[in-house]
Design a binder for this molecule. Structure first.
Ligand code: SOE
Length: 398
């Protein structure tokens, strides 16, 4: 791999599009030391695969991911499939000597996540990455830097919430509502992000989980119709379709409390039924010298309270994280104060992945399989706490 990195992307849905866009854009905005080449897209549905490949610029497409991960021309395998497929695909890619970038959560079970972490450790020539993309919002990266510089001092509280509302009863039974595909619901989908964010920004580990509650409010959902098949030249109309209901067996929300390795305490709350919130990935950290606050719904902003300022004028400072010379990633994009959005976090991540593959430092640390495994242990501890109605020490979760 000299100068280029041939990428094979597994999955062509929501994340498939987000990642394709990132590979397509990265070298237009960043001076990457290695340029990703969109080599092969793999997906199950041949009918949509060819147009997807041509729209996004993938050179090849295949319905066999097992063949793709063996292709000697591929350097990096990007696993962007539903959670239950992560382990098989990542393990196959690692055993073929590929670098792997895997969507979050690392896996649907702790057992699979452990196998992935161990395989990554054995494959010493392969680099692993996990798409915890929110680390690469400039405001979150800045929060990480400010904590490291001691700007808020000792951390007392972390308050993390990821609140969405798309899980209303009318939403059909997509894979994210089925344990066999997703592992869990809002927990693995959303708590995974905020656990990673809390660990990343504070630089501390979660050492104990307590008081977890998990609830499934919507237990049955409409089974989505497969694409209509023509019957004798006609398609069945929506009116004549019979509505079938299926079981939603994952949590709609999981809340829990935690203790941090630095002695502070934290609360986590993830819900897909937080009516009024759309994609509110939020964290607030209160320390002895100040506080930081971020919400993805205003992702260009970081709020900073400096408790060392004179009380007369002290207050929350609204930092617009778009200054090319001052804020992580901002210099790659538009002139100062021209804001960025969701898709940029993925492009920023590809830029950092290419830096790491070239032996350079990323702008802020990238999650590896070993790192994401620590997040997975916290997810597991919360499920144990909810089940046993007790405190769980992370040392008990291997
Ligand atoms: C759905 O809840 C979802 O798309 C998550 O799966 C993503 O990880 C998150 O970034 C946005 O919401």
């Amino acid at each position: 791999m000299s100068g280029i990195c041939n990428v094979a992307l597994l999955g062509q849905k929501f994340m498939g599009r987000a990642h394709s866009n990132a590979y397509l854009k990265v070298d237009k905005f960043f001076n990457v030391p290695i340029r990703p080449v969109m080599h092969t897209i793999a997906g199950l549905d041949l009918i949509s695969l060819a147009p997807f490949a041509s729209r996004w610029g993938w050179k090849n497409y295949s319905t066999s991911w097992k063949e793709v991960v063996k292709d000697p021309n591929v350097h990096l395998v990007d696993v962007s499939t539903p959670n239950y497929m992560h382990a098989d695909q990542a393990l196959a890619a690692l055993s073929n000597g590929k670098h792997v970038a895997c969507e979050k959560p690392l896996a649907d079970t702790l057992k699979d996540a452990r196998a992935m972490k161990s395989a990554a450790a054995r494959a010493s020539k392969c680099r692993t990455f996990v798409w915890y993309n929110y680390r690469r919002c400039p405001a979150v990266a800045l929060a990480h830097q400010l904590v490291r510089e001691g700007r808020i001092g000792r951390i007392y509280h972390v308050r993390a919430q990821y609140l969405q509302s798309w899980g209303v009863p009318e939403t059909p039974l997509v894979w994210r509502f089925q344990k066999k595909y997703a592992g869990s619901g809002a927990h693995g989908d959303l708590n995974a992000h905020i656990i990673d964010m809390a660990r990343f920004v504070t630089g501390q580990e979660i050492v104990e989980v307590n008081g977890a509650v998990a609830e499934t409010f919507v237990t049955h959902r409409e089974v989505p119709e497969p694409p209509a098949k023509p019957i004798a030249g006609r398609t069945r109309s929506a009116a004549t379709r019979k509505k079938t209901m299926g079981k939603s067996d994952v949590d709609d929300c999981v809340l829990f409390l935690a203790r941090l390795s630095g002695g502070g305490v934290a609360s986590f709350e993830a819900s897909r039924l937080a009516i009024g919130h759309q994609n509110n990935n939020m964290i607030e950290i209160n320390g002895e010298h100040g506080a930081l606050r971020f919400s993805f719904e205003d992702m260009n902003l970081l709020w900073y309270y400096d408790a060392r300022e004179e009380a007369r004028t002290a207050g929350w400072r609204r930092i617009m994280c778009t200054s090319a010379r001052n804020h992580p990633y901002a210099g790659a994009w538009w002139p100062d104060a021209h804001v960025i959005g969701y898709e940029h976090t993925f492009v920023n991540m590809v830029a950092d992945m290419m830096a790491v593959l070239a032996g350079e430092e990323p702008i802020v640390p990238l999650p590896t399989f070993a790192d994401a495994y620590e997040t997975q242990r916290v997810l597991e501890a919360a499920l144990m706490s909810a089940k046993e109605r007790s405190a769980i020490k992370l040392s008990e979760v291997k």
